[in-house]
Design a protein around this ligand. Structure first.
Ligand code: MN
Length: 424
């Protein structure tokens, strides 16, 4: 049987070469439909969603001794079954969708129940988020922010090249793409005033990130090898780490971000599996000084994954691209972040979400936040119709897209979109 990543595979379901969801992708999500409102798990294929709960109940996918794993409102029970089951299931779904397999293709009654138009379904948060940790692992991003706030000579803090810097965020406010994001409130104290006030954030920003979905737990007290850490990664989503720059600036000393990041984090609805991204692995940047032994990696742990960000202000006819970059630039890989996370003895849980940190690249058009794009508000970005932005305003819609480009197909993530609503 051909590997599910084989570029020559075709499905009986027609898929446009520009689609994010060819048969080589098969990302998992949680959906419902108007006439069948119970949430269940599906896989995206072209413009359709394949209902895995139907296929499991009909015996076409057998996960014995586990059962009803797909008639669930989160991916956590499926993820708990572990990497060999993830691989086996993906291979079986690929087999069922192949153009030369009549099992599903020629069963009209089953197809009408199991293959639904994606345009007609509602997507939900794909997994129960157990914990959310956000990192700060793009050297270009950390340098840009450092230059703005501390000057060129002290841009990177002394610890930055020795470990992936991170903070513990809030799992409770992780939301799925399409959810409106209310402008946060907080304490504000611009440098030119003496006392803080409380009110709506005036410097609301996005952060372009990838999210890692942890599919296997680790034990409290245990460290992880590179091989163990990699095997725990179920897949990836697009992530927007909404940030209130003015709240952050006043509150972050000395413990780091708190309320500035706690009000919302948006993720894309489809979890692209680590296995689907396998053909797009690349080595990351050279790490100098050499990391401590517990952080060293032998494998190519970065991904050649293209990213773009578009912004649509109220009144604009179409969204406008404000950033184009690539996940491959990240200095610390997701595997290194996970090895570092567990290194103290911290237990990792199924459903943990790790934000990569803002992904910027070496070029100006590769900056992954408005803070960098507008250089702290001094160079507003010019949009259509004379509209300018330093930070996000109410009604602005921000969308991130991502994909790995193969030969004649792409492994895409769809998008994560959020529109800013006025502070309540
Ligand atoms: Mn972030």
């Amino acid at each position: 049987m051909p590997h599910p990543n084989d570029p020559s595979l075709r499905s009986f379901i027609p898929v446009d070469p520009a689609s994010d969801f060819p048969i080589q992708n098969l990302p998992y999500g949680v959906f419902s439909a108007a006439d069948s409102p119970q949430r269940r798990i599906g896989v995206a294929i072209g413009d359709f969603v394949l209902d895995l709960a139907v296929l499991e109940s009909e015996g076409l996918i057998d996960l014995a001794p586990a059962y009803d794993v797909f008639a669930q409102d989160s991916l956590n029970p499926f993820m708990s079954l572990g990497p060999p089951v993830w691989s086996k299931t993906r291979a079986r779904i690929s087999e069922l969708l192949r153009h030369d397999n009549p099992e599903l293709r020629d069963n009209k009654a089953l197809r009408s129940r199991a293959v639904l138009a994606r345009a007609g379904v509602t997507m939900h948060l794909p997994f129960h988020v157990s914990g959310y940790t956000d990192f700060y692992s793009s050297k270009e991003h950390a340098t840009n922010v450092g230059v703005m706030f501390r000057g060129k000579d002290n841009a990177l803090q002394p610890n930055w090249l020795h470990m992936p810097i991170g903070y513990n965020g809030r799992a409770s406010t992780v939301v799925v793409s399409g959810t409106k994001v209310q402008r946060p409130r907080g304490q504000l104290k611009p440098p030119n005033v003496d006392v803080p006030s409380f009110g709506p954030c005036k410097r609301l920003d996005f952060e372009l990130e990838m999210g890692v979905v942890i599919g296997q737990p680790s034990n409290m007290g245990e460290m992880l090898t590179e091989v163990q850490a990699e095997a725990m990664i179920f897949g990836f989503v697009l992530l927007n780490d909404w940030s209130a720059r003015d709240i952050q600036q006043w509150e972050y000393v000395p413990l780091g971000p708190f309320q500035a990041k706690a009000f919302a984090t948006s993720i894309s609805p489809w979890v692209v599996t680590r296995e689907a991204l396998e053909p797009f692995r690349v080595a990351g940047p050279n790490q100098e000084p050499t990391p401590l032994p517990y952080l060293q990696q032998k494998g190519a742990q970065n991904y050649d994954l293209e990213l773009d960000v578009s912004l649509r202000a109220p009144g604009m006819k179409a969204a406008q691209t404000i950033c184009r970059t690539n996940f491959k630039y990240m200095y610390w890989s997701s595997v290194q972040q996970l090895m570092h996370h567990a290194s103290s003895g911290c237990a990792m849980s199924i459903g943990d979400l790790l934000g990569s940190g803002t992904i910027s690249g070496p070029e100006k058009h590769q900056r992954g936040s408005l803070l960098e794009i507008s250089w702290n508000g001094t160079e507003p970005v010019e949009l259509a119709d004379g509209i300018k932005r330093s930070f996000l305003e109410d009604g602005d819609s921000l969308a991130i897209r991502g994909w790995c480009q193969g030969d004649g197909y792409r492994i895409g993530f769809g998008e994560v979109e959020g529109t800013v609503a006025a502070a309540g």
